[in-house]
Ligand binder design. Structure first.
Ligand code: PAF
Length: 329
């Protein structure tokens, strides 16, 4: 098919009029769906937001509301529509994908028949492999997103917005500056840009590699040391592991031309800013869910193997968290 992704000639309506579908109703999916609905309400529009749930069982369990609780415990309900992919019956113009990385391919495949050259996919998830794979998709505009907002699910469809952060979005490929400006103005409703601190970036791929590197270094270690993010700096044994893992991850990413930066200061900054957070992988393990460790240390080990580079520290983290899965099952 003709390559239409990131075509500067694409017409766009006012973002306030867009209908949004959110694929994936975990913590991030619920948070973003609710904030999108809020942005419609703030501008006097009916919330044009639909959750796409996994199947009819998930649909049956949805009461019609997503609740967002603030860090101070104040809960606000938002009325949202929901459907399952099997019940979709009209084109999807804006799709925010918040599934876990390992669920994305199957989930997206179920929605694909309803996407066309007028559609935009915004991929908001940890890891980088899917972001790289999706940029080759022809005929659909794909934007990547990375966020430092902290959120966790208290119950199904009840999310705690634990920490406010920043969200970057943009295409992985370089596009002309005029199109960049157009994207930054027209992709999201203005009220959402404000509430979720959204910023367009021309450096998306670099940001994703940085986040990926941080996830390789932080997430598995918080499970191994059973601690909040900040303890990786303050507990001597955890800190020693952190330093080794940082150095090895930096070497692999530099030698494979993926990212060239001093990792430790970057990771330290994240750990200080999120000191009391429980990492997403720690939360997954606690809840008995599959973790994204294959997308973090697993992918790092793959890159290292392809370049014949040793990565014993990343392998050890991967093995240890994979063993947790085995115990859970
Ligand atoms: O996965 C997570 O928990 C987050 O990406 C991070 C940056 C490690 C902070 O907790």
């Amino acid at each position: 098919p003709e390559q239409l992704a990131n075509d500067p000639e694409q017409p766009t309506d006012s973002p306030g009029q867009h209908h949004w579908h959110v694929l994936g109703a975990g913590a991030m999916g619920c948070l973003w769906a609710a904030r999108l609905a809020e942005s419609f309400i703030q501008t006097g529009h009916t919330p044009n937001v639909t959750l796409i749930l996994r199947d009819n069982d998930a649909l049956a369990s949805f009461t019609g509301q997503v609740v967002v609780e603030s860090a101070q415990g104040e809960a606000t309900p938002f009325n949202l529509k929901a459907t399952s992919a099997a019940q979709l019956n009209y084109p999807v113009s804006n799709l925010l994908v918040t599934t876990k990385a390992f669920d994305t391919e199957e989930a997206l495949r179920s929605v694909l028949p309803w996407l066309d050259h007028n559609s935009t996919i915004c991929l908001l998830q940890n890891g980088i492999r899917n972001h790289l794979a999706l940029q080759n998709m022809t005929g659909i505009r794909v934007l990547s997103m990375t966020t430092s907002h902290g959120a966790w699910l208290k119950h199904r469809f009840h999310v705690v917005h634990a920490g406010s952060g920043q969200t970057f979005f943009g295409p992985l490929q370089t596009v002309n500056p005029e199109y960049s400006r157009h994207l930054s103005r027209s992709t999201f409703p203005a009220a959402l840009t404000k509430s979720m601190n959204l910023k367009h970036t021309e450096d998306m791929e670099k940001r994703l590699w940085q986040k990926f590197a941080a996830n390789c270094v932080i997430n598995g270690l918080t499970v191994i040391h059973d601690c909040q993010n900040g303890a990786l700096l303050t507990r001597p044994s955890a800190h020693q592991d952190l330093v080794s893992l940082c150095s090895e991850t930096e070497t692999v990413l530099t030698q494979t031309d993926r990212l060239n930066m001093a990792l430790y200061p970057y990771v330290r900054k994240i750990l200080l800013a999120t000191a009391t957070n429980w990492s997403s992988t720690w939360q997954d393990v606690q809840a008995g869910r599959i973790t994204e460790i294959e997308e973090f240390n697993g992918y790092l080990c793959e890159l290292a193997a392809r370049a014949n580079l040793p990565c014993p520290h990343n392998q050890a983290v991967l093995r240890s968290i994979t063993n947790h899965h085995a115990v859970i099952r």
